[in-house]
Design a protein around this ligand. Structure first.
Ligand code: GAR
Length: 210
């Protein structure tokens, strides 16, 4: 059974979706630890409620990004994960920390990448007049929200949407997207080889639509 380390900064609804899928037997994995950059994050409490080790470090206690990342990823490595899952982890991870985990670290991002990398994706999708929006699960590289995309889920933008309404609609598809993509990853059906996503041994031409 693959071991997961989950990184989270806030609410932790994606973490909860993972925990629920494992508890229901829909995902063959184990969350070995939850780590983050905000000690008060609800995600940490969800982990502890499930009996899982949860620890956060404060970025301001470190000299810089590399020092913070080194300390955080030392805790991650200590739980010996097969995969690292960024689930609402809101800090950029530096290249030095990402490198050892290449092909074993994924992130969920609330947009149809490569559109709307970075923050405030829902407001930006509305401002751009997008007809569709959604979420993407991608391998993490040193390029922020720019790593190879594994899978996406789409929702329509509806008349009268505001960022909150749109974010809620996206979140409903994010959770099943996260679970479905982790099922494939944990089963070894999705692999990153020389920067290319392979699905069942074949290069993926376009992100899976889940
Ligand atoms: C999710 O919508 C996730 O896609 C997004 O933050 C939210 C976290 O919710 N992630 C990012 O914006 C990453 N840059 P959660 O804490 O309830 O899972």
């Amino acid at each position: 059974t693959p071991r997961l380390a989950v990184l989270a900064s806030g609410r932790g609804s994606n973490l909860q979706a993972i925990l629920d899928a494992i508890a229901d037997g829909r995902l063959d994995a184990r969350v070995a630890g939850v780590f983050g950059d905000r000690p008060g994050a609800h995600a940490l409490e969800r982990a502890r409620d499930a009996g899982i080790e949860a620890r956060a470090l404060r970025p301001r206690d470190f000299a810089g990004r590399d020092e913070f990342d080194a300390a955080l990823f030392a805790m991650v490595a200590a739980v010996r994960p097969d995969y690292v899952v960024c689930a609402g982890y809101m800090r950029l991870i530096g290249a030095a920390a990402v490198a050892p985990w290449a092909g074993r670290i994924v992130n969920i991002h609330p947009s149809l990448l490569p559109d709307f990398k970075g923050l405030d994706t829902h407001a930006r999708a509305l401002a751009a007049g997008a007809a569709e929006h959604g979420a993407s699960l991608h391998f993490v590289t040193a390029d922020l929200d720019g790593g190879p995309v594994i899978a996406q889920a789409r929702v329509p933008v509806l008349p009268g949407d505001d960022p909150v309404a749109l974010a809620g609609r996206v979140l409903e598809v994010e959770h099943p997207l996260m679970v479905a993509a982790l099922q494939l990853l944990c089963a070894g059906r999705i692999v990153l080889r020389e920067g290319v996503v392979e699905f069942d041994g074949q290069p993926l031409r376009a992100p899976l639509q889940l």
